[in-house]
Design a protein around this ligand. Structure first.
Ligand code: S3P
Length: 430
């Protein structure tokens, strides 16, 4: 399907389970593929991005079996094998950037490419630290993929991240597993920590000292295991935000990943007046992930400010914060979010264009925007996703609140992260 027709909705209610977490699925495929022994993964995200990573891991020598119930990966036991072909990472920055860390220290050469969007995103942010470790990586003009990697012996480094990016942090740590000595990264702001958690859970000694995360490359043996991937908070976020803004809504999202480095949207929505609670929470006490049910009751919300340390912990939810801001009374200010400009699209520009098409007033800034909420949301037009899955979904959510139907165009991209988005809408939106 290339477009969605979104009708204004009257209510949102019921219960939903969203598909598995994208960030965790990528990491599980890569690390289980490298580990010793067989791993069983349940609720792996069967989206285009994560299937591309799974295919790449297979090309690198891991045994992959996909069945109705789970995915089984027989790891290569320490070193990948040389792939016969280019690795195509599709639309996924996480896939390409994390995989680059793993490939840089192998004993063979490799090449990665991706779609038009991925081949226009900055890869020098990972090439630079990898180069300091001794890697030999060649990019195209502008520091973009396709990426040629000549396998080299790497040495550990201490790297202060110039941007708060879990992808760059993870890339350096993954390269550090194959490097001589200790590799440390220092984060300017805390970002999602799935890589560190998974490395620990697979038997590695990961040292965390404030903002510094260190591993010793001489001390690496990953052991495969049995994994249940939590529901993706970033997918649940669409329904949480939708329900939070709709008076009278009552919605439960079950089995959602609640890693605190991912859930800042809940704090933002609560600040805006939303009634949200978490039930049946199982806390992480063995280096694996928190999970629970999120219960939302709809209210009229008020604007808020979002910036600083909160940003990395809701980076993928910021298009939704702007949508919620449009529906809330007063102004919603998003700042310190210039990273949005180098996502699958320039998300400051594409969100601003989308909101304006709905008749929402806003001021676009280099690092965010000020959304003037509370006005009528006008429908009756076509909205362009710019090929960006999160824009397609965020605009579909805003369309539910419009005064007449809207058509969201170019929606096939949603399959990169949330296959079944429209089916799920049909289950809870009336
Ligand atoms: C991700 C990190 C974030 C996020 C992306 C997934 C990850 O990117 O936007 O969707 O899985 O590590 P950055 O690390 O570039 O901020």
């Amino acid at each position: 399907m290339t477009e969605f027709n979104i009708e204004p909705c009257k209510s949102i209610s019921g219960e939903l389970r969203v598909p598995g977490d994208k960030s965790i699925s990528h990491r599980l495929a890569m690390l289980c593929g490298l580990a010793r022994g067989e791993s069983v993964i349940r609720n792996y995200l069967m989206s285009e991005d994560c299937l591309n990573t799974l295919h790449a891991v297979e090309q690198l020598g891991a045994g992959v079996t996909v069945s109705q119930d789970d995915i089984r990966i027989v790891g290569v036991g320490g070193s990948y094998v040389e792939p016969a072909d280019v690795l195509d990472m599709g639309n996924s920055g996480t896939g390409m950037r994390l995989m680059a860390g793993l490939l840089a220290g192998q004993s063979f050469d490799s090449c990665m490419t991706g779609d038009k969007s991925l081949c226009s995103r900055p890869m020098n942010r990972i090439r630079d630290p990898l180069k300091l470790m001794g890697a030999d990586i060649n990019l195209r003009e502008g520091g973009c993929a396709p990426m040629d990697i000549k396998g080299k012996s790497l040495s550990g480094i201490e790297y202060k991240l110039p941007v708060a990016s879990a992808q760059v942090k993870s890339c350096v740590l993954l390269a550090g597993m194959n490097a001589e000595g200790v590799t440390s990264v220092i984060e300017p702001r805390p970002t999602r920590d799935h890589t560190e958690k998974l490395m620990s859970a697979m038997g590695m000694d990961v040292k965390i000292d404030g903002a510094r995360i260190s591993i010793d490359g001489g001390d690496v043996e990953l052991v495969g295991g049995d994994w249940d991937v939590p529901g993706d908070f970033s997918s649940a976020a669409f329904w949480i935000a939708d329900a939070a803004c709709m008076n009278g809504a009552e919605l439960t999202i079950k089995g959602v990943g609640l890693n605190p480095r991912r859930t800042a949207l809940l704090d933002v929505l609560k600040r805006m007046g939303a009634e949200i609670s978490v039930e049946c929470r199982v806390m992480n006490d063995d280096c694996w992930e928190d999970i629970g049910d999120v219960v939302v009751r709809g209210k009229k919300l008020v604007g808020t400010e979002v910036g600083g340390d909160e940003i990395p912990n809701l980076i993928d939810e910021l298009p939704l914060v702007a949508v919620v801001g449009a529906l809330a009374e007063g102004e919603t200010v998003i700042r310190d979010a210039a990273e949005l400009r180098v996502k699958e699209s320039d998300r400051i520009a594409t969100v601003a264009a989308g909101l304006k098409a709905f008749g929402v007033s806003l001021e676009e800034n280099p690092d965010g925007m000020i959304v003037k909420g509370g006005a009528v949301i006008s429908g009756g037009m076509e909205i362009n996703s710019h090929g960006d899955h999160r824009i397609a979904m965020a605009m579909s959510i805003l369309g539910l609140f419009a005064d007449s139907p809207v058509t969201v165009c170019d929606v096939a991209c949603i399959d990169t992260s949330y296959p079944g988005f429209m089916d799920d809408m049909g289950k809870v939106v009336f």
